[in-house]
Each structure stands twice: as C-alpha cells, then as structure tokens.
Design a protein around this ligand. Structure first.
Ligand SMILES: [Zn+2]
Length: 418
C-alpha cells in the first residue's frame, strides 16, 4: 500500500493527549489549522502543521492526497450497535405514532422478540448481505470502528451464528468490529415462565463457550424493567468477567433500577442509555472509570422529551461517550453526525464535546484507545473528512451527509466527488 501525504485540512482535529477525557478536557479537540498527516502503511507516521509535515523526507516521496480545505477528524468509534438483524420494524414505528408505547408493543409480542423470531428463520447469507450494506453506510458517514452485539438469536444456534457473522464481517470488510455477547437481551419466549433457568443457561453454558471459542470480547445485559433484574445481570456479567469477557450494560433506560451502580461495582467498560439516572448516580459514575455511553438517537426515534443528563455528567467529571445504538426497534440510524446533532441540540453538549465523545472516549470503552480514537503518531490512519469550513458545522447541519472522505488504516474506503 502507498504512503500518503495528506494536506488540505483546514482544521485537523487531532484529539491528542490523555485518554479518556473528562470535564473540561472533553471540550479541547486539539485543532491544527492547515494541518497535514504523513501515513506510512496503515499508521500515522507524522501529524502537524502542513509546512512541517511536507518537508519530511518520507512525505516528499509519498502519494499526495489534497483534501481541498476539508475539516478532518479521527474516524468515529461507534461503541453501541445491534448490527445483525433481519428487517426493519417500521410497522411498530407506526403503532407508536398512533400512541402505543415501546413497552406495550413488547408485551404484545412485538419489539425485540419479533426480531428474534424473524432472525432465527433468516439464512446467514441474507443477514450478511444486509450487514455489509449497513457497514458501507456507516463508513460513508465517517465511522471507522464499531462495536456490534448479538442478542436477536437467544438460542445457542442463532447467537453463535450472529457472533460468527460478526467475525466474518470483521475479516471481509474494512471496518474494525468488536463483538459483544448479548445473550441476555430479553428472556426468549420458550423461557418466559422460567427466566432463572435462562439466566443459568447463559451464565453457566453459553458464556464459557463464547469465551473459549473467542467469539466475543465483551458481555452485555439489558438490565431494565421488562428485561433482566440487577441480580440477574450481576450473575451474568460476573460469569462473563470470570471468563475474560469485559462487562458492558444497558442501564436505566426505561426505569431507574440500580444498573448504573452495578456497572461501577463490576468495573464495566460502559454503562449505556442512562436516561433515568438521578444526581447521586451522576456523582457515583463521575468517580468511576465506566464510560457513560449516551444514545440520543433512541430518545429521538421513540419521540421522547427526556434525554440523558449529559451536562450534569460532564460537569461532574464522568467519562461521556456517544453511540448510534443502531437497531431496528428504537434507533435505526448509522449516522454519527446525526447523533452529534442530537447531542448538541437535545443534550446541550458543545460540538467539541460531542466529537470527543464520539471518538476517543468510545475507543477507551472498547479498549482500543491505543490504536484508534485520535490522530496521533503510531495510531491507525483512521480518519473522516467533512465538506465544511468549521468543525462546528458538523452537528449544525442535520439530515444531510457531509462526510466527503473516509480512510481506514491508510486506505480510502469512501470518497464523494465534489
Ligand atoms: Zn442497545
């Protein structure tokens, strides 16, 4: 692969420095005006002002890529997606518009369980084609690394199938995919009357097999009203951790259950959602290393007025992240720029805070901040270039894709002609 000298970056947001970022540090994107990068192989070999970088010996011989004044940032790290699913749930969207709640639809057999029924019947190849197309769209919106969960199979054959598909996709297309085992998404229909037996099965049988086969790095539980209790989540996540699977948790979305406290207790990598946390939870999270991954796309799609308390978390010093929560029920979007718009308008994050929360902090939550999440020497050349004059225009515009070019590990994987 060629070496690259990348110039024409009117603003180069490096996000350099210590990770993860908290408090005021979240608002400092480390901007270089008229910046340049020298890429050797799949890594950044030099980054700085153009005048310095273009004089480097290797850079003079490299292929030239002039971005023509675009704003350049690290590729987005989307740390919460449900990538593999068989179909949309647009009919439920219409039911919600007519007044049904998410939980009413779930109790009537819709929601996650309807996706489970359908995924079990869908051939692998169909699921894979759909995921391939979605991954292409992620990269076209500037995402270069993502996390993806199982959890629409809920029997061993389908959970294994999902995790194997994620492994194949990681090998066969450019984006890096970190796999999470979410066998405890909801209690599957065949265990409805004996949920403890299902918890037992997940904790004692499936988790050791997933870990031994290397099918996932992380373990997640949907710990909420109508899903799993804190006690059940503790059992599952502790079993995962004992096998080397790092805990993540769906916490405090529908009701305040104590799941955020459980995340702290178990040293989870991430507690996701957090719409229902209170002031004392904010204080406890701020003292921990748990990334508070906020998912505003979910509130938007569900038409809710109440979003997670991002400002309180930032001001208390918590590690705040943002993700799409790409899934067919509550957040059908691949667009991190749209998530940035929602974070700014609905949760009053500044554009700089939102960008740090979409790059370096989620990289920390995926334990890959030594390789991605900022534009620094030795990290992968993973970047997104936007057709704007100022980085604040990325969340300012919405409903339009302004990502003009995406590079993953030194290879251009998306390019829009201007
Ligand atoms: Zn989720």
């Amino acid at each position: 692969m060629p070496d690259w000298l990348i110039t024409g970056c009117s603003q180069l947001l490096t996000l350099r420095g210590a990770a993860p970022r908290r408090g005021q540090a979240l608002g400092d994107p480390g901007i270089i005006r008229d910046g340049a990068l020298f890429v050797h192989g799949d890594q950044i070999a030099a980054v700085g002002p153009r005048r310095r970088i273009e004089k480097l010996r290797g850079a003079r011989r490299a292929e030239k890529l002039d971005l023509g004044g675009r704003v350049v940032l690290p590729g987005f790290v989307d740390s919460h997606t449900h990538l593999i699913f068989p179909a949309s749930r647009a009919a439920e969207h219409q039911q919600r518009i007519a007044g049904a709640t998410y939980e009413q639809i779930a109790r009537a057999g819709g929601g996650i369980r309807s996706t489970v029924q359908r995924l079990r019947r869908t051939p692998d190849e169909k699921l894979k084609i759909r995921a391939f197309a979605n991954l292409h769209d992620f990269s076209a919106h500037g995402t270069t690394t993502l996390e993806a969960k199982s959890g629409y199979g809920l029997d061993w054959k389908s959970e294994r199938k999902t995790l194997q598909l994620l492994h194949e996709l990681h090998q066969e297309q450019p984006l890096d995919i970190a796999a999470t085992f979410l066998g405890a998404h909801v209690v599957p229909p065949e265990y409805r009357k004996r949920p403890e037996a299902y918890v037992d099965l997940v904790a004692r049988r499936w988790i050791p097999t997933v870990a031994t086969a290397g099918l996932a790095e992380f373990c997640d539980v949907f710990c909420d009203r109508g899903a799993f209790t804190v006690a059940q989540a503790r059992r599952i996540l502790a079993a995962g951790r004992a096998c080397g699977l790092v805990p993540r948790i769906h916490a405090e979305q529908l009701a305040r259950t104590g799941a955020a406290r459980l995340a702290i207790e178990l040293h989870a990598a991430s507690a996701d959602h957090l719409e229902k946390i209170n002031a004392s939870d904010v204080g406890a999270l701020a003292l921990s290393n748990v990334v508070c991954t906020l998912l505003p796309g979910c509130c938007f799609h569900l038409g809710l007025a109440h979003y997670a308390p991002a400002r309180e978390l930032i001001e208390a010093g918590a590690i705040v992240g943002l993700a799409t929560d790409f899934n067919p029920g509550t957040s059908p979007t691949v667009s991190m720029p749209m998530i940035l718009s929602l974070a700014c308008t609905q949760m009053r994050m500044t554009p700089a805070e939102a960008i740090a929360a979409a790059t370096i902090n989620p990289a920390y939550s995926l334990r890959c901040h030594d390789r991605v999440g900022s534009l620094e020497v030795g990290k992968y050349a993973d970047l997104a270039a936007f057709d704007v004059d100022d980085y604040r225009e990325i969340p300012y515009y919405f409903g339009v894709n302004l990502c003009g070019l995406t590079m993953k590990r030194g290879t251009v994987i998306h390019s829009k002609n201007r």
